[in-house]
Design a protein around this ligand. Sequence first.
Ligand SMILES: Cc1cc2nc3c(=O)[nH]c(=O)nc-3n(C[C@H](O)[C@H](O)[C@H](O)COP(=O)(O)O)c2cc1C
Length: 388
Amino acid sequence: MLRFLTAGESHGPMLTAIIEGAPAGFALSIEQINHDLARRQKGYGRGGRMAIERDEVRVLSGVRFGYTTGGPVTLVVENRDFKNWQKRMSVDPADRAAAQPVTRPRPGHADLAGVLKYNLDDIRDVLERASARETTARVAVGSFARQLLSPFGIDVLGYVVSIGTTVAQACAAHELDKLRQTTEQSPVRVANREAEAAIIAEIDACKKSGDTLGGVVEVIATGLPVGLGSYAQWDRKLDARLAYALLSLQAAKGVEMGLGFQAAAMRGSALHDEIGYDQPQRRFLRLSNNSGGTEGGMSTGEPLRVRVAFKPLSTLMQPLRSVDIKTKEPTVGTIERSDVCAVPAAAVIAEAVVAYELANAFLEKFGGDSLAEITRNYEGYCQQLKEF
Ligand SMILES: Cc1cc2nc3c(=O)[nH]c(=O)nc-3n(C[C@H](O)[C@H](O)[C@H](O)COP(=O)(O)O)c2cc1C
């Protein structure tokens, strides 16, 4: 099984991720990780920060000559902006005078609960780590995870379903390549040109009024075998693990599998995915996929569809009412350099965390220490399904 931790602050020297449990013998493309990091940085509505950073990963352990060794994999991404923050983010007590403490908490951010919990007098200590800059490390880990899944024909893609009040169309899961082509070219990562123009106009209007926007992203995964995850224990359920990972993302406020909340208002007869059998392929299939590809905490073998709702960002250029943590006087939230809308980036980040959870569930099912061993286990299971 895989595990990973991330470390690093938004304006610190770098973001770090250490991945434990990666099997040996998998080809690792650093270009692919850099490509995914660049995808995370794109998107109409981002603030000035993304113009400064050009994220590039360095692999510090666990890979030799392009292949995983089985040792812990360390990935680091430098913050180019650190050079402008060296004194303010220094570990040296002598630099404390340069700190310019932040004392006006932003409603909706981690600021107030963070300083109260950790007994801090500078909100910067909180916001530096709470910031979604941390997801840079998670995108690198997710890109790595996708490379563990790709020898088995599993593909994962995140895209934007809606931003603010504008809903773009959802896409057919079997057209993942087509969906990738269209959404990669869209500045707001949607599959629908008309919606794109409306969304850009909404972001522009929002920026003008000093406000922010949220939205919904969908992640689709194809090529999954039936039976990843398990009904046998609460913390092994695939849908639950995906929801945990996705809700751990900054500003994520809701997760739904398949039809999700819509399913609650439907009749069972209209909702449940009827079962068929493909004789030539010798495989069970579903006549619809309203479940979003899981039943009983296990993958059904149909495409996985999971959606995440992101709230509007909390740093407002027209800030909301707040209270200064030092003087206790009424004030307004701090203005930090900020995004107006980060939903297109959130789609790439959601894709990364889904890829990681799927890779973890895959390794749990087909566990082994090398690509060769895992391939034998996987092929044996595929044969077993054919003979069922
Ligand atoms: C890709 C991405 C970028 C974000 N950028 C900002 C930002 O520029 N300004 C901001 O106030 N919040 C931003 N956030 C959201 C905050 O990090 C988040 O709201 C905060 O950490 C509090 O956590 P919570 O919203 O999950 O409760 C971003 C989130 C994501 C996913």
